[in-house]
Design a protein around this ligand. Sequence first.
Ligand code: NAD
Length: 344
Amino acid sequence: MMKVLVTGGSGFFGHVLIEKLLARGYEVRNFDLVTSDEHGNRVEQLQGDIRDYDAVKAAVAGMDVVHHNVAQQPISKDPSLMRDVNLGGTKNLLDACAASDIRKVIYTSSTAIFGVPKTVPIRTETEATPAEPYGRTKVACEDLCRKFIDDRSLDITLVRPRTILGHGRLGIFQMLFEWIREGHNIPVLGSGDNRFQFIHADDLAGACILAADRTGPAVYNVGTDRFGTMRETLEALCRHAGTHSKVRSVPMAPGVFFSKLMSMAGMSPLGAYHNLAYGKTNYFDISTVVQDLGWKPRYSNEEMLIESYDWYLDNRDDVLTGKWSAPHRSAVKQGILGLAVRLL
Ligand SMILES: NC(=O)c1ccc[n+]([C@@H]2O[C@H](COP(=O)([O-])OP(=O)(O)OC[C@H]3O[C@@H](n4cnc5c(N)ncnc54)[C@H](O)[C@@H]3O)[C@@H](O)[C@H]2O)c1
């Protein structure tokens, strides 16, 4: 039976991926700072820090495939922690994989490596142009992966997801969901006509699993094939929620300036990447992943945002009592944004 290590398996995407791997009949081990009891005794739990080489080596031992999902996110707003965990942790993991019999590594990279893209759609060969610390660590991790492919013959596939949604996705989306639940109006930057693509965690997990089945290094940009503008996506959620929330335009330059200032003052949960990306057009050409893997996304932008919101309403009590701790699985402190949204 295939033995699979998921790093970051207690996080938002990792826990969805684990369910899909279990459904395939794989033996799964989770390596994370925090253990998770949600898969019962079907998953071996190893608690550890990705920065600790010996712990990582023990996690890799005996595995066939590794899906690497540990990362410090933009929401942490701590560049040196991002560098230590994202780059240092990935180096530990790849060293440990190269020293053992790992058949395949799937590295979950990010759309953040492109910052605000100069041209769309972003293709797999588009040059990385990160514009903030998180994106820069992800580019450094991709470069490191290429070095391990060339120098150590490690079989690594880079999977770059667009912003991930789906049942359980919270973090800054929890703030959006709460605003809509309470019937507040929702800001978009400028007219909100920026085309913006998301990806559902189930669809992404499917792509990662297919990528792991394919021998040889590859790069895949992964997003939904049905998406419109930021305004259209948010308006669909507002209609679905039926709480009288409306989408309201905020002038782009002052909106971004205010948001950045509040982030720097520690009065907003938004990180540099969020301030950069929210008002800009950003989407992938997904033809390579479709052609190579025969993969097809199931969820449109609107369907996945609505599903995520409904999940939040159903699980709000657990969320607010801190049942899950990963940054993308927990509530955020709204800070000044909780007041600002009342003025829209
Ligand atoms: N969520 C998105 O929109 C998105 C988009 C693009 C790429 N990604 C990438 O997908 C991957 C998974 O993201 P997610 O949304 O599930 O994030 P998450 O924050 O929910 O999960 C990350 C997990 O990593 C663990 N972790 C953090 N530091 C650790 C350390 N030092 N040692 C061991 N474990 C540690 C956390 O406990 C958490 O369970 C990450 O690589 C992320 O960069 C996410």
